[in-house]
Design a protein around this ligand. Structure first.
Ligand code: GLC
Ligand code: CA
Length: 570
C-alpha cells in the first residue's frame, strides 16, 4: 500500500464514545447503546463519520468494561446484541462507521477461561494465562518478580487455589492472557471475526503494546525507590508481539475492508510506531501515542493549587516528532484526549475563555495530517471535575494508588487528592453535558458518576442555540477538513512547522495541491509575528470575526487562530 493510497479511514473523522457516560435512555443512570442510536443525528450533524466505542461487552466493570467476562455478548446495562446490530445498521444508514474496542491483553477474572485456569495446574485453560511460582527470599515467599503494575503495586497476584501467582499488569481482576499460547491467539481471532461479521468496521486495539512479555521472569534492575519497579520494558513493545499482529492481520484483518488503531501509548517512538503501522508491515493501520498529552506542569506541581501552564515548546516538539517522522511511512491518528486523560480544556485551554481557547485548540490540531478522534464533550469544551475526596473518584487505579500512598503509606491525603484531581482519568468520564437540566440532561435518574456542576453553562443545547459557540466552531473545522477543494491537501499534504522558535505561537504549513497555513496563539495575550515567504490568498477559517490578515505583520489576539490558503512568494 502506498502512503498516498486513498483509504476510507484516511479521510474519516472519528469520535470516541465512553458509552457509560454518553447518553442514558432507560433511566438507570448508565449510558447505553440506544443512547448512541438516539444521538447519531447529533454526531452526523457535527461532521463525524467514524465512532470508536469503548468496551460494551459483559463485564463486572472493575475497570468499566476493560475487564471482559464474555466477549460475545453485550453487558445488560448497555443493552443487547440486537441493540448493537441496530446501532451498526442505523450508523451505516447515515454514513457513519463503527470501530469496537478490542481488549486483547487481558480478560476479567470472572471470564470462564480464567475460572477454569485457576482451578488446577493441569486444567486445559491453565496456559491461557501467565502463571508463575513465588520466589523465596530470605526464607519468605515473595512475588515471582519485582515488576510493578500500571494500576499500582505488583503485577502479580497470588491465587490461593494452586498457590501460584498470575500476571496482571492492570487490576487484580484483570488477569493477562498468554499470547504465547496458540490456543489463546486462535480464540481471540475467532472473537474478532464474530464482531467483523456483525458489521463492525474495525477496532481500536486496547493495550496492544503489552501482549508479548519477557520470557525470563527476572527481577528488574531499574534504579528506583519503589518496591515494585515501573520497568515497562518487561512487557511493552517486545519484538514477539509483531509476529502475533502479523498473524492477526493475515488470518482476520486482511479479509475485511476495516481499520485498526492500536493503543501503543507511553514510551513508543516513531520508529516503533512504524513497526506497528508501517505501510508494508501488515499489522495495524495506525497507533496512538501519548507524547502530546502531558506537555504542561501537572506532573511537576509542588502544590496542587499551582496554576497549570502549557509548555508549548515541548508540545510543538512532540507534534513535529510525529508529523514529520511518520509522514510517508505510517498512518497516524490525531487526538487531544481520550478516556484515560484529563480534559484538554483543563490541560491546555482556559476555562474562563472556553470558546476562544477551545476553538484555538481545535484549529491547532485538526488540520494536521492523520485521522482525527474527537473525545465526547471536547466539542463543547467540557472541563475537569472538581474532585475533593477519595469517594469522589471511581477509577480503580486511583483507588489502588490512594491505598498504597495514603493508607499503607503516610502521604498527606489532601495533597494526594489535589494532585490526582489534575491527572485523573475520571476527569474524562463524567456524564456528557447535553443540556441545562437535572443530571446535565444525560439521564432522568442519578447518573452512575457525578455530572460536572458546570453543565449549567457548558452543555450541548446552549451551544446549539449560539451561532458563535465552540460546538458550531467544531462543525466549521470538520466541514473545512472535508471541503472537496482542500481535502487532498488536508489528508495528504506534508507538514512543516513555521515560527519554530516562537514560545507562544504554533504555526504550520500543509502542502500538496495547495499550501495551507495554520497559525494559532496558544495564550491569553497579544502576539505579533512576521511570517516571510508566504502571502495569503484566502481566509479559510478564524475564531475571531476577521478580514484577510497580512503575514508580514500579523497581530494575534488572545487565542486567535487562522487557517489560510497561501501562496509561496519565494
Ligand atoms: C487501556 C485503556 C484503559 C484500560 C487499560 C486496560 O489503556 O484505554 O482505559 O484501563 O487499557 O485495559
Ligand atoms: Ca441506561
Amino acid at each position: 500500500m502506498s502512503f498516498l493510497e486513498n483509504k476510507w479511514w484516511k479521510q474519516a473523522i472519528g469520535y470516541q464514545i465512553y458509552l457509560r457516560s454518553f447518553y442514558d435512555t432507560n433511566g438507570d443512570g448508565i449510558g447505553d447503546i440506544n443512547g448512541i442510536i438516539e444521538k447519531l443525528d447529533y454526531l452526523k450533524d457535527l461532521g463525524v463519520d467514524l465512532l470508536w466505542i469503548c468496551p460494551f461487552y459483559k463485564s463486572p466493570m472493575d475497570d468499566n468494561g476493560y475487564d471482559v467476562s464474555d466477549f460475545y455478548d453485550i453487558s445488560p446495562e448497555y443493552g443487547t446484541l440486537e441493540d448493537a446490530k441496530r446501532l451498526i445498521k442505523e450508523a451505516h444508514k447515515r454514513g457513519i462507521r463503527i470501530i469496537a474496542d478490542l481488549v486483547m491483553n487481558q480478560t476479567s477474572d470472572e471470564h470462564e477461561w480464567f475460572m477454569e485456569s485457576r482451578k488446577s495446574l493441569d486444567n486445559p485453560y491453565r496456559d491461557y494465562y501467565i502463571w508463575q511460582k513465588g520466589k523465596i527470599v530470605d526464607g519468605k515467599e515473595v512475588e515471582p518478580t519485582n515488576w510493578a503494575s500500571f494500576f499500582g503495586g505488583s503485577c502479580w497476584q497470588k491465587d490461593d487455589i494452586t498457590g501460584e501467582y498470575y500476571m496482571k499488569i492492570f487490576s487484580k481482576k484483570m488477569p493477562d492472557l498468554n499470547w504465547a499460547n496458540e490456543a489463546v491467539r486462535k480464540s481471540m481471532f475467532v472473537m474478532a471475526k464474530f464482531w467483523l461479521d456483525l458489521g463492525i468496521d474495525g477496532f481500536r486495539v486496547d493495550a496492544v503494546a503489552h501482549i508479548a512479555r519477557s520470557k525470563t521472569f527476572e527481577d528488574s534492575t531499574m534504579d528506583s525507590n519503589e518496591k515494585y519497579k515501573p520497568d515497562w520494558r518487561k512487557f511493552s513493545n517486545l519484538p514477539k508481539l509483531h509476529d502475533y499482529l502479523k498473524e492477526f492481520n493475515h488470518e482476520v484483518l486482511s479479509k475485511y475492508d476495516v481499520m485498526t488503531v492500536g493503543e501503543v501509548g507511553g514510551g513508543a517512538m516513531p520508529k516503533e510506531a512504524i513497526e506497528y503501522a508501517g505501510l508494508n508491515r501488515d499489522e495495524l493501520n495506525m497507533v496512538f501515542n501519548f507524547d502530546h498529552n502531558w506537555c504542561n506542569n501537572v506532573w511537576d506541581l509542588k502544590d496542587p493549587n499551582e496554576k497549570v501552564v502549557t509548555n508549548l515548546p515541548h508540545l510543538k516538539d512532540m507534534f513535529d516528532k510525529w508529523q514529520t517522522n511518520l509522514y510517508g511511512n505510517a498512518w497516524h491518528p490525531i487526538y487531544w484526549l481520550n478516556h484515560d486523560q484529563p480534559r484538554v480544556m483543563s490541560q491546555y485551554g482556559n476555562v474562563e475563555k472556553r470558546i476562544l481557547s477551545g476553538s484555538m485548540l481545535a484549529t491547532a490540531l485538526y488540520f494536521m495530517w492523520g485521522t482525527p478522534f474527537i473525545y465526547q464533550g471536547e466539542e463543547i469544551g467540557m472541563t475537569n471535575y472538581p474532585f475533593k475526596t477519595i469517594e469522589d473518584f471511581n477509577d480503580v487505579s486511583v483507588k489502588n494508588s490512594y491505598h498504597i500512598a495514603c493508607v499503607e503509606g503516610n502521604q498527606d491525603k489532601d495533597r494526594f487528592i489535589g494532585f490526582t484531581a489534575h491527572r485523573s482519568r475520571d476527569n474524562a468520564r463524567t456524564p456528557m453535558q447535553w443540556k441545562n437540566a437535572p443530571y446535565a440532561g444525560f439521564s432522568s435518574a442519578k447518573p452512575w458518576f457525578h455530572e460536572n456542576p458546570n453543565y449549567t453553562s457548558i452543555n450541548v443545547e446552549d451551544e446549539q442555540n449560539n451561532p458563535d459557540s465552540l460546538l458550531n466552531y467544531y462543525k466549521k473545522v470538520l466541514k473545512l477538513r472535508k471541503d472537496p477543494t482542500y481535502i487532498d491537501t488536508f489528508i495528504f499534504g506534508d507538514y512543516e512547522q513555521v515560527l519554530r522558535e516562537h514560545p507562544s505561537v504554533y504555526a504550520y504549513l500543509r502542502s500538496y495541491e495547495d499550501d495551507i497555513l495554520v497559525v494559532t496563539n496558544f495564550f491569553d495575550d497579544v502576539q505579533t509575528v512576521s511570517i516571510e515567504g508566504l502571502e495569503v490568498e484566502v481566509l479559510l477559517l478564524s475564531n475571531y470575526k476577521n478580514t484577510v490578515p497580512t503575514l508580514k505583520h500579523l497581530v494575534l489576539r488572545p487565542y486567535e487562530s487562522f487557517v489560510l490558503k497561501v501562496k509561496k512568494t519565494i
